[in-house]
Design a protein around this ligand. Structure first.
Ligand code: GAP
Length: 514
């Protein structure tokens, strides 16, 4: 199965089992907007709890807030979003399709990389065991040709983006002979900047309408509350403020399912530090955030850092944590050293003093900020793409299983009476009652036990608890483990402890601090 096929199956599976639905589907959907179904919302909530606890419980100096989505319009002038939160757009005159100029170029670069890999694979097959890959990559003329094209476009693009040179961006597209995927022509317009913020009106027009924005990041809600939290919480620098909430961006190229959406959710933490200490904290958060990802157990080779070549308007250092999705390594999280840009600008634009008096140094200053910013939806996609597996079983059957880490699995255990009679459902309901106050558990008595196991595998339930006739005699049940499919006989009285151990979030959190 190719990665593309895998991704299509994942999208279909997410819908079929109630994880993710297209928004307003009965009206044919709304582009790049999705709804979470009954299992998707459980998974999302568990991911959010994993993040929230890792921030606010593992760090005594991090507290949370929940700020409003609507903010004073001047916030977005101060933050630089009104002036600089733009994407470079280009239209194809024949297809009337709109593209991000930098994405067209990135796709071109990715194509050259693919061509290089194809050459390497062909040669590997041709030469067999005697194949020297490093030498081939260095010396093969076709590889050299693809690489030269790739590097030339890459270097020009990075410079054009850095210089904000829109004419040059267009020229690179023309020089690389990039065609519109729909019309197949090179009939391109000029490149223009397009602001990504959604606007709306607050108050009625007669009262004097005011344009406000749907927030494009949650971070500003933290900055404008810096003094409120610092003073009321008697926080001492260094300290952090964490927040989870919706953000909105009018993305031009919205694709890859829930990877790039117009309405999405962020988990952001702003860590306020003494000026000059920011690089130490940047490195601390870079490592700590990578540990948080790796603790999920999808494999360390699934992650890498990508240091930014073009820094955002507020940053003096930035890196992405990238995860290997079915469509390649892509950003799931950004770690940015934002200097005193935001607090300094809010001080300027609001006219209110935003400073911290450091009792250790006897100085007042505008704190520097290191931010960690991760998309909840991208985490959901990360988990689903790493967890989705199609397996051939020894008995010749096959199964689809979601190997979601037990601590964040939507349903923790399913309780299954073998038959719907002989008192087995009654025992199963008693087991449900002993677990349901602590965990999301499902009761299922329909169909054969094999079918019921398959249903639970497909939604990632780590434990299936089967009540059978032996349970009537000795108060034991069979516990089946999702990944190994191994079964063990357990006393009913021991079930709460067994489930607690299997799905423990504490164990996951401990891995980060180890
Ligand atoms: N406050 C900094 C900030 O917003 P960002 O790199 O623009 O930085 C942070 O976004 C994270 O938010 C990204 O790493 C990604 O996980 C998520 N994100 C950004 N745009 C998104 C979109 N259109 N759809 C889904 N997630 C998105």
């Amino acid at each position: 199965m190719t990665q593309e096929e895998l991704f299509k199956k994942l999208i279909a599976h997410s819908k079929e089992y109630g994880f993710i639905f297209p928004s307003s589907e009965i009206y044919d959907g709304l582009s790049a907007v999705y709804d979470y179904g009954q299992l998707g919302v459980e998974l999302k909530n568990n991911i959010k709890k994993y993040w929230w606890d890792a921030m606010t419980r593992l760090h005594e100096n991090i507290v949370g807030i929940d700020a409003a989505i609507f903010m004073h319009p001047r916030v977005w002038e101060a933050s630089g979003h009104v002036g600089a939160f733009n994407d470079p757009l280009i239209d194809n005159r024949d297809s009337k399709k709109r593209y991000r100029a930098d994405v067209l170029l990135e796709d071109y670069i990715a194509k050259q990389d693919e061509k290089i890999e194809k050459e390497v694979e062909k040669a590997r097959k041709r030469f067999g065991d005697s194949f020297d890959e490093a030498l081939f990559r260095q010396t093969n003329p076709r590889v050299a040709e693809h690489r030269a094209k790739r590097d030339a476009v890459h270097d020009r693009m990075v410079k054009a983006l850095q210089d904000n040179d829109l004419q040059e961006l267009r020229q690179i597209i023309l020089d690389a002979e990039i065609v519109c995927p729909i019309s197949g022509t090179r009939n391109w317009t000029e490149v223009r900047q397009f602001n990504l913020m959604f606007e709306t009106k607050i108050g009625s027009v007669s009262e004097g309408a005011n344009t406000i924005y749907l927030r494009p990041e949650t971070a500003q809600g933290i900055f404008v509350n810096f003094l409120n939290v610092q003073k009321t919480g008697r926080m001492k620098i260094p300290f952090g403020i964490a927040q989870i909430g919706k953000a909105f961006r009018n993305e031009i190229v919205a694709r890859q399912f829930i990877f790039r959406m117009r309405e999405f959710e962020q988990m952001e933490m702003q860590f306020f530090v003494r000026p000059g200490d920011e690089m130490n904290w940047f490195n601390y958060w870079r490592e700590t955030r990578m540990k948080w990802h790796r603790a999920l157990g999808f494999g360390d080779d699934k992650y890498r850092f990508h240091d930014h070549e073009k820094l955002a308007h507020y940053a003096n250092a930035a890196t992405d944590v990238e995860f290997e999705f079915p469509f390649g390594f892509k950003e799931v999280e950004g770690i940015h050293s934002r200097t005193d840009f935001d607090l300094g600008n809010h001080q300027k634009f609001s006219g209110k003093k935003i400073q911290y008096f450091d009792t250790e140094t006897g100085e007042s200053y505008v704190p520097y900020v290191v931010e960690t910013s991760i998309g909840v939806d991208r985490m959901v996609l990360q988990v689903l793409s790493a967890a989705y597996k199609e397996e051939q079983l020894e008995n010749g059957e096959s199964r689809v299983v979601l190997s979601i880490p037990a601590a964040i699995a939507p349903v923790k255990a399913a309780v299954l009476p073998l038959v719907k009679k002989d008192g087995l459902p009654e025992i199963a309901h008693r087991i449900m009652d002993s677990l349901k106050y602590d965990y999301n558990v499902q009761y299922d008595e329909k169909d054969s036990i094999g079918k019921r196991y398959r249903r639970q595998d497909a939604i990632g339930t780590p434990l299936c608890i089967t009540v059978d006739h032996q349970s009537l005699e000795d108060a034991t049940v069979t516990v089946r483990h999702r990944d190994s499919m191994q079964q063990q006989r357990v006393a009913i009285a021991e079930l709460p402890a067994l489930v607690a151990d299997e799905v423990s979030l504490k164990k996951l959190l401990e891995k980060i601090m180890a």
